[in-house]
Write a protein that binds this ligand. Structure first.
Ligand code: MIC
Ligand code: SF4
Length: 642
């Protein structure tokens, strides 16, 4: 029996376990990346582990999220990360050099290698045939120190691509169709592999748009084969030597398969407030728009920007629309300037932003009240834009640019014939904003620069014999880490200050949560399906830990978040019968008697609801390693004890 592409890369990196679906496996990690919003914490954790120099083949620290410097905090954190990078053996991508995933694809990604990043969209690297996972900061810190990365062996889902995209229909429309069919839970526990004759018609940046938004499917990761298209891209990046051909075996066995006929796709949009709420532009109709934002790690490549420039050329953005454009990297920005396309954007009235995440994470450009915003981004969760009642629609760059001109949601196919946008034979290569690490000798004398914003992070205590506390919060299905620990311009600068962040924990769901938790001192959170989907931010576990959350009981969990809960020492428990969710109300007194013994070796825990007198069975689905971590009170305690 042959192997799928992902299985081949897993086999070549397998350090522990067997490749049996559902079993925990340990992987050797070749490359890591961090961004600044999760990076400060990741490097504090790396320092706490105490390894002087990274042991990966390559580790890169990017600054791309917290680039609005409205106080000293972000600049201090940038300086801290820069000094850590130089001392501990990492490359440092300076602010302005671009969004981590775009730059990594351009300058560092290598087919067949493993990559983990402290950002959920790290699977962008799958566009170039990497096996790339989003992870919590502590997992990245451990991998930087040469430690094993653990995942549950996923199922394999093959997406068979046939046909070819129609003019003005985009890679974004492909992934929106996958999301429409599979939903934000459809990828959980799976690796999505793209295959079939349609693959060769898609460029590397188009493939990367698709693997990037595999994060929204909840997938472990997504991957494309490495073929002649990949080779041409790497060659144009001056890195042909990094290319290797990679594909699944002809007799590989997949657990599931779906087929997408590229020629049948239409321009589409994910409607508020979920990336799987997908309709075609035609179905939604000519809705008036207030704002259009183009960019983000999903759609900020040179070819995306050139398409946008060709649509805007010689026209003016509609009077009532604010159009912002953020090229994904300095390479993209510089090439736009050199070929004159930047002038077309400027002339049309676009507000050109620096190469960074920007509006995608609420760092500026929040829409007007109840504003309709079309964005080429990957997430449209409620409140993420910074305006609570804004309505965000996720669309392709083509749909975004054409709609910005017309002022209403519009189908770019009306533009008629599409010009060709061939990939350049040679990208502009200038890595002067990437600072290499110091030599080991030089590193010894280097000082780490810490600002006053950096506060100690919370560390859990070893697990107690029993847990008795209140249900301090009950929430519904598909709670995102943006609900648990919101981001945005006002809060993101405090990612290294957990006490300050805690004021905003769950504020989108319940503004009183933080205060209530502090008063009670401890608590249990109850959630529905897919609890913790979205971002990889470990702050969504560290802040609840700080607020005394001992356990989260949910119908099901998202992959990265459950790993973060365990790393923080918070118990993730699932209902044996999902209907029992109804048997707990906020404020109920709950007890998990003898929980320490159960975490040590049991598979079922009994929750006593002392308010109603009922008992509820909970599943304890943990590997031996996870049990050990929870007993120790989190991964840092476990690592120190080992
Ligand atoms: C996001 O898109 O939500 C982020 C901001 O990039 C996060 C990381 C973070 O919260 O810092 C992610 O996707 O992991
Ligand atoms: Fe940045 Fe947005 Fe991509 Fe997250 S999804 S890495 S905030 S551009």
């Amino acid at each position: 029996m042959g192997y799928t592409l992902a299985q081949k890369i897993i086999r070549a990196h397998l350090l522990e376990g067997e490749m049996t679906v559902g079993q925990e496996i340990g992987l050797r990690i070749d490359q890591t990346l961090t961004q600044d919003a999760t990076g400060t914490m990741a490097y504090l954790e790396f320092e706490a582990i105490g390894i002087p120099r990274v042991r990966t083949e390559l580790s890169v620290a990017y600054i791309d999220h917290n680039t609005l410097q409205s106080g000293f905090e972000n600049a201090d954190d940038h300086r801290y990360i820069q000094s850590v990078a130089k001392k501990h053996g990492l490359y440092f991508s300076r602010p302005g050099n671009g969004i981590c995933h775009q730059v990594h694809l351009e300058r560092f990604g290598v087919p067949g290698k493993t990559l983990i990043g402290s950002d959920s969209h790290t699977p962008t690297g799958g566009g170039i045939g990497m096996l790339a996972f989003g992870a919590g900061g502590l997992d990245v810190a451990v991998a930087m120190g040469g430690g094993t990365y653990y995942i549950t062996m996923p199922k394999m889902l093959r997406v068979n691509l046939t046909g070819r995209l129609q003019p003005w229909v985009s890679a974004k429309d492909v992934i929106l169709e996958v999301l429409r069919r599979l939903t934000v839970k459809g990828g959980v526990g799976k690796i999505v592999e793209y295959a079939g004759e349609g693959v060769a018609t898609l460029s590397v940046p188009e493939r990367a748009t698709i693997t990037n938004m595999g994060a929204e499917l909840g997938a472990s990761t997504s991957i494309f084969p490495s073929d002649e298209v990949t080779r041409a891209f790497l060659k144009a990046q001056g890195r042909e030597q990094d290319w290797t051909p990679l594909a699944s075996d002809p007799d590989a066995v997949y657990d599931e398969e779906i087929t997408i006929d590229l020629s049948a796709l239409q321009p589409s949009a994910a409607c508020p407030h979920s990336p799987d709420n997908v309709k075609t532009v035609g179905e939604i109709g000519q809705m008036k728009v207030d704002q259009v934002c183009i960019g983000s790690c999903t759609n900020s490549s040179l070819s995306d920007m050139l398409k946008v420039a060709s649509i805007l050329k010689g026209k003016t953005v509609a009077e009532h629309v604010s159009l912002s454009i953020a090229p994904g990297s300095k390479q993209v920005y510089h090439m736009l300037a050199d070929c004159g396309a930047l002038s077309d954007l400027i002339a049309a009235g676009a507000r050109v932003l620096e190469c960074a995440c920007g509006p995608c994470i609420g760092m500026g450009q929040s829409p007007n009240s109840a504003g309709i915003s079309l964005r080429t981004f990957n997430r449209n969760f409620e409140g993420r834009s910074g305006t609570k009642d804004a309505q965000v629609y996720l669309v392709s760059p083509e749909t975004a640019a054409y709609s910005a001109l017309r002022g209403v949601l519009s189908d770019p196919r009306e533009l008629g014939e599409q010009p060709l946008f061939p990939m350049p034979e040679q990208f502009l290569l200038n890595d002067n904003m990437i600072i290499p690490p110091a030599s080991p000798e030089e590193a010894e004398g280097l000082e780490i620069l810490r600002g006053p914003n950096i506060k100690p992070f919370p560390v859990s205590e070893p697990l107690t014999e029993s847990i008795s506390c209140e249900c301090t919060l009950k929430v519904g299905d598909n709670i995102t880490t943006d609900h648990i620990m919101p981001a945005g311009a006002k809060i993101l600068p405090y990612r290294s200050n957990i006490p300050y962040l805690s004021k905003f924990c769950f504020a989108v769901c319940d503004e009183a949560f933080a205060e209530r938790s502090k008063q009670k001192g401890s608590g249990i959170v109850v959630g529905g399906e897919n609890y913790g989907q979205g971002s990889s931010r470990e702050h969504a576990a560290l802040v609840p830990l700080y607020l005394g959350v001992k356990a989260v009981i949910a119908k099901s969990f998202a992959r990265i978040h459950v790993a973060n809960l365990i790393n923080a020492g918070i118990l993730p428990l699932t209902f044996e019968d999902p209907a029992d969710y109804e048997k707990i109300s906020q404020g109920d007194a709950l007890c998990l008697a003898g929980i320490r013994n159960i975490i040590a070796e049991g598979t079922v825990a009994i929750l006593e609801n002392r308010t109603t007198g009922e008992t509820i069975l909970l599943q304890v689905k943990l590997s031996d390693r996870q049990r050990r971590i929870l007993l120790a009170g989190g991964l840092l305690n476990d690592t120190k004890g080992a």
